[in-house]
Ligand binder design. Structure first.
Ligand SMILES: Nc1ncnc2c1ncn2[C@@H]1O[C@H](COP(=O)(O)OP(=O)(O)OP(=O)(O)O)[C@@H](O)[C@H]1O
Length: 238
């Protein structure tokens, strides 16, 4: 059995007095791709934000590479290898693309920015444009590239395809697949575009009211249309 890179045990978390996640447990092997699915408001964003240290944790443990990180601040979790690309994208609107990438460099050489440009050639074309001048897809590329420059072992992606044209979605998914295929980066993807997420993932969990209601492979899920209908509210997968 492959050792878990990320292990989540009995995680309970929420916002102030509001509990959202209840006893969430799962393990993610190194180099794997996990899709986190569920209808609106079921706790997907809260799960990623909790892994990144941005919610209130009531109990449970998060272990990365054998070290418990549950008690660390989000900045320390990032240094430990958790890269978080939030749904809001959070790029600096008043900085250029290149300046945004400098922020992601941390202690790396400026030349590392070329890695980001190789991954997303569009960002090179736009390198002197301000963040505020980018399309939604370009903002997503920038947000992802900036996080990847920190060389995370686990990349948390929250609805990266939201609001983007199909051609841009394909471009992004191809980059995510490439990142994961090297085996050096484990990807946890929250996505409402269920088929895109399942095409990408080797394992999926479905959240319902803050709990894991189903866990299995995309092929197993495709064979259970009643689960797809009940937990995801769609008629079936193709
Ligand atoms: N900052 C917050 N304060 C209090 N409650 C919150 C906060 N953010 C989210 N919630 C609540 O937590 C629950 C889970 O929300 P979350 O955003 O994690 O769901 P989600 O599955 O990501 O939904 P979506 O697919 O719509 O993004 C919801 O009931 C939501 O109202």
């Amino acid at each position: 059995m492959t050792a878990a890179l990320l292990d989540v045990a009995d995680l309970c978390a929420g916002y102030g007095p509001t509990r959202v996640l209840e006893n969430v447990s799962f393990s993610v092997p190194a180099g794997s791709r996990l899709a986190v699915l569920g209808r609106n408001g079921m706790g997907k964003t809260t799960l990623l934000a909790t892994l990144a240290g941005q919610t209130r944790r009531y109990g449970g443990a998060i272990t990365l590479g054998g070290t418990e990180i549950s008690h660390l601040e989000s900045s320390s979790r990032a240094r430990s290898g958790l890269g978080y690309v939030p749904q809001a994208r959070c790029i600096f609107a008043a900085l250029t693309v290149e300046e945004n990438l400098f922020v992601g460099l941390k202690d790396r050489q400026r030349s590392a920015i070329d890695e980001a440009y190789q991954m997303f050639p569009r960002l090179k074309e736009r390198r002197r444009n301000l963040g505020s001048q980018l399309s939604g897809g370009e903002q997503q590329m920038l947000s992802t590239a900036r996080t990847i420059l920190g060389r995370p072992s686990v990349l948390l992606l929250d609805e990266p395809l939201e609001g983007l044209a199909p051609v841009i979605c394909e471009e992004l998914m191809a980059v995510f697949s490439k990142l994961a295929s090297g085996g050096e980066m484990t990807v946890i993807l929250v996505e409402q575009r269920i088929q895109s997420a399942l095409d990408f993932a080797d394992h999926a969990i479905i959240l319902e009211r803050g709990r894991i209601a189903w866990s299995g492979t995309p092929a197993e899920l495709a064979g259970q249309p009643e689960v797809v209908e009940r937990l995801l509210g769609v008629g079936g997968l193709h």
